[in-house]
Design a protein around this ligand. Structure first.
Ligand code: ASP
Length: 349
């Protein structure tokens, strides 16, 4: 390897970016990574040393599981000292979950881990994959004047924006601009130049990486809606294995004032189930003390997810449960900013 060039490990998990049309059925199918490089030889021309690792077989991101996150964390950890940065090619559908999970698994991360993908396969003329891939590689190799990585955190790069991974949501199944981070500004924008917003990016710290794995997926996302039925909520909260619930409430964290709902939630919390309040709104935060309908949740022990995305809240819960912490510790850590995933109100931070 040439020493002065940034070295990047490209990890191909699957997804549209590496897909091709099946000639018989017309359906999009994954193909192997060598094929991607064949379609896109320009990658080799970048002034970077690029090595690659491919999932075998590549998977549609709908099939991503916590085990896939463990594999990714292991690949990064095993290759950590050999590369300046990591680019993960991933399907867009669950990219925000993977980015969130990795942000918790890779403690003390001080190198870029950039996830990207595309809406159109890289082999198609109008693909968005080429730009996404090239710019992600550039960001993963970018260093500051001291030779430290500019972006030492887990991010998603898509279209022209670099977003903090655990703040990101897929919002569009059609447009190239498929992701948003509603509650945290973009870390960088790519136009003629890549403009980094350094004040928003995690500071570089010279620490050793600690990789955590293990997830406990005995959790559920329960979305409130007018007409929600007691029997159904009761059943969900009484599933034997259930450990935690992400409750997607209205507005700033409000729930209907139905006696049965408050009772079911209260009893669940008394049984040790963790209930975290996340708003159904795309932007903004939970403030349970704002309306009576939120205060009643706070009183029975529902904890606030503040401005966390639901993708992040559910992966954080699975992660903390997987680490074997007790209920009290998990409740406390859910209300703690561990990896830049939430904004605490000023009186708490
Ligand atoms: N279904 C695909 C996936 O998430 C979509 C994509 O890659 O954009 O793997």
């Amino acid at each position: 390897m040439q020493e002065d060039k940034p070295s990047i490990l490209l990890i191909y998990t699957g997804g549209t970016i590496g897909m091709i049309e099946n000639e018989t059925t017309g359906a999009l199918e994954s193909f192997n990574f060598e094929y991607l490089m064949e379609y896109f030889p320009q990658v080799k021309k970048l002034n970077h040393n690029i090595a690659s690792y491919s999932f075998n077989p590549p998977i549609d991101s709908s099939d991503i599981e916590p085990q896939s996150w463990e594999i990714l964390a292991e690949i990064i950890s095993n290759n950590y000292e050999s590369y300046d940065g990591f680019v993960i090619l991933h399907g867009t559908d669950t990219m925000a979950y993977t980015a969130s999970a990795l942000s918790f698994m890779l403690e003390n991360l001080n190198k870029p881990v950039i996830l990207t993908g595309s809406q159109l396969p890289i082999g198609m003329l109008r693909t968005d994959g080429k730009e996404n891939l090239i710019t992600s590689i550039e960001i993963a190799g970018a260093k500051d004047e001291n030779g430290n990585p500019i972006v030492p955190e887990v991010c998603i790069f898509f279209e022209n924006k670099l977003l903090r991974g655990n703040r990101t949501t897929k919002i569009n199944a059609e447009e190239f601009s498929a992701f948003r981070s509603f509650n945290y500004p973009a870390l960088a924008e790519a136009g003629i130049h890549i403009k980094y917003n350094k004040a928003l990016i995690k500071e570089f710290k010279s620490k050793s990486l600690i990789t955590h794995n293990k997830f406990n997926p005995n959790v559920v996302i329960l979305t409130l809606f007018p007409g929600i039925q007691e029997e159904i909520v009761h059943s969900v909260l009484h599933v034997k294995a259930i450990k935690a619930v992400v409750l997607k409430t209205y507005g700033s964290g409000n729930a209907p004032q139905k006696d049965w709902l408050v009772r079911e939630l209260k009893e669940a919390i008394e049984r040790g189930i963790i209930v975290i309040n996340i708003t159904q709104c795309a932007a903004g935060a939970v403030e349970m003390d704002r309306y009576e309908t939120g205060i009643q949740l706070q009183k029975i022990g529902v904890i606030s997810g503040y401005d966390c995305t639901s993708e992040c809240a559910i992966t954080k819960l699975m992660f903390l449960l997987g680490q074997g912490f007790n209920t009290q510790k998990i409740r406390q850590l859910m209300e703690t900013n561990l990896a830049g995933e939430l904004t605490l109100p000023t009186y708490k931070s």
